[in-house]
Design a binder for this molecule. Structure first.
Ligand code: NDP
Length: 469
């Protein structure tokens, strides 16, 4: 019999009459039974967060820093347990850039965010008067997280929110809720009751949470379609939002790049977490003079990366997380092949009960294929040929998304100039998708509103008060 998990509301472990099974994507076995929360649970969690808010908001800044660091210590002390649970429900390998890496990232981000601060700014101090700008916590924050990096993204939402004095109710994805429940339990070992609460269930629970009148701020990571619903829920009460939504990041390989030197960076830019990463490289534009050389170098590197069960220490990439994603990816690759694309490696689902799809590299891809035009969110990279650098900038920008982009070249100055013209929130030269806690990360166009990380990210969890002294 699988373990039953409980929600955490007001510092209390809360069971639910209804449970649903969380499945391991490697073999569809049951990892655990998750509470199917109700409207009453949403109400209880928001009430607990609202009750905890005044005391937490008034807690000394240094004490909040201390407690955020204590959270990092507690996550670190339970890193192995968390990584194994994450691998079981998400599928990603323990090894490589998998679960241990994700838990390590959660710890690092928590510590880095603890170290940030928003001191009062003096805007003017002269004979005519003194003006100060201070930042205040907003109140109850609703956090809605996806299934691709559940623990790390939960920390990206929760830690900056509480660092500046807000309280939080988090609702994780129904596909990967168990590691978040455990994370919130560990956080509650350290914090006063009600500061961080977790409720679980399907999208209706997230909908009720975001629409709750007491929730004054929503931080969401997920699809653009759901992000639009979150924004609609926020608009009714003029609540604040930070939305980190889908992407369809392009990379441009310039004619002077060295295919052998860039192959590894291109591979991990595209295939980190099996491509299930918002800012993964999802369309690669390669100049025709080195098109074949880049394709060959990428395929050669891909052959060295084993795909398998996450709990097998020899696996470096794991299965696709869920059936919908698996079927979407499969259909997109099949359609591209029917439209003339050439599979260089992979291209057909692997055998087994789980959602295993091999690392897939598709040449002769072009716009008009869903694999190029839409966010495929899986281990498939379409490679598109181009001849004219000016024209390719327009082609990469002709997307509703604008999360990340990259330029690959031996000439940093030229790469920098082209990078500057890409319409996206982050741009990288000779790498793709690298993020760090001191660098704001957010999208333009349909990829989102606002940003996470750094002091800019911290400000998203505050309101301003301008004081004319
Ligand atoms: P969703 O955007 O549907 O889910 C993200 C989160 O939103 C989940 O916790 C989900 O809960 C919750 N949710 C669903 N409906 C509502 C609602 N009405 N109000 C509030 N919260 C809600 O992503 P999917 O899992 O369906 O993935 C679909 C696509 O999204 C992927 O193919 C990919 O393209 C993109 N995606 C992007 C991510 C990113 O990092 N930017 C991450 C994940 C997906 P529940 O799961 O319980 O329904």
């Amino acid at each position: 019999m699988s373990q039953s998990y409980r929600m955490m509301i007001g510092g209390q472990s809360v069971a639910s009459a209804k449970l649903f099974d969380v499945l391991n994507p490697a073999d569809l076995s049951v990892v655990g039974a998750c509470p199917q929360g109700s409207a009453a649970d949403v109400e209880a969690a928001v009430t607990a967060a609202a009750a905890a808010f005044p005391v937490w908001a008034a807690t000394a800044d240094a004490e909040r820093v201390h407690l955020c660091n204590a959270i990092a210590d507690n996550i670190e002390a339970h890193a192995d347990e968390l990584a194994r649970l994450l691998t079981a429900e998400q599928g990603k390998p323990l090894n490589g850039l998998g679960s241990r890496f994700e838990i390590g990232g959660a710890v690092a981000w928590t510590r880095a965010t603890a170290g940030l601060g928003l001191p009062i700014e003096t805007l003017q101090d002269d004979a005519t008067g003194r003006i100060e700008l201070q930042r205040k916590p907003i109140g109850v924050v609703a956090s809605i997280t996806p299934w691709n990096w559940p623990v790390m993204i939960a920390c990206w939402h929760i830690i900056p929110a509480i660092r500046v004095g807000n309280t939080v109710v988090i609702k994780p994805s129904e596909f990967t809720p168990l590691s978040t429940i455990r994370l919130v339990e560990l956080i509650n070992d350290v914090l006063p009751p009600g500061v961080v609460n977790v409720i679980t269930g399907y999208g209706d629970v997230g909908g009720a949470l975001t629409a709750h009148p007491t929730v004054r701020k929503i931080v969401f990571t997920g699809s653009t379609a759901t992000g639009q619903k979150v924004m609609a829920a926020a608009s009714g009460k003029v609540a604040r939002v930070t939305l980190e939504l889908g992407g369809n990041d392009a990379g441009i390989v310039l004619p002077d790049a060295d295919p052998q030197a860039i192959a590894e960076g291109l591979f991990w830019g595209a295939f980190i977490n099996g491509g299930q990463t918002c800012a993964a490289l999802k369309r690669l534009y390669v100049h025709s003079t080195l098109y074949d050389a880049v394709c060959n170098a990428l395929v050669a590197y891909a052959r060295t990366i084993p795909v398998g069960r996450g709990d097998d220490e020899s696996s470096v990439l794991g299965p696709v997380q869920n059936a919908a994603q698996f079927n979407k990816l499969r259909a997109m690759v099949d359609e591209a092949v029917q439209a003339g694309a050439r599979v260089l490696i992979g291209g057909k689902p692997m055998e087994g009960p789980g959602y295993f799809y091999p690392t897939t590299i598709v040449a002769d891809a072009h716009e008009g294929m869903r694999l190029v035009d839409e966010e495929q969110f899986g281990p498939a990279l379409p490679i598109i040929r181009y001849d004219d650098v000016e024209e390719v900038i327009n082609r990469t920008n002709a997307s509703e998304f604008g999360l990340g982009g990259s330029v690959w070249s031996n000439d940093k100055a030229i790469a920098r100039e082209i990078a500057n013209r890409m319409e996206c929130g982050s741009v990288w030269i000779n790498r793709h998708g690298a993020i760090q806690p001191n660098a704001p990360f957010g999208g333009v166009k349909s990829s989102g509103i606002g940003c996470n990380f750094g002091t800019d990210g911290l400000k998203e969890f505050t309101t301003i008060q301008t004081v004319f002294c």
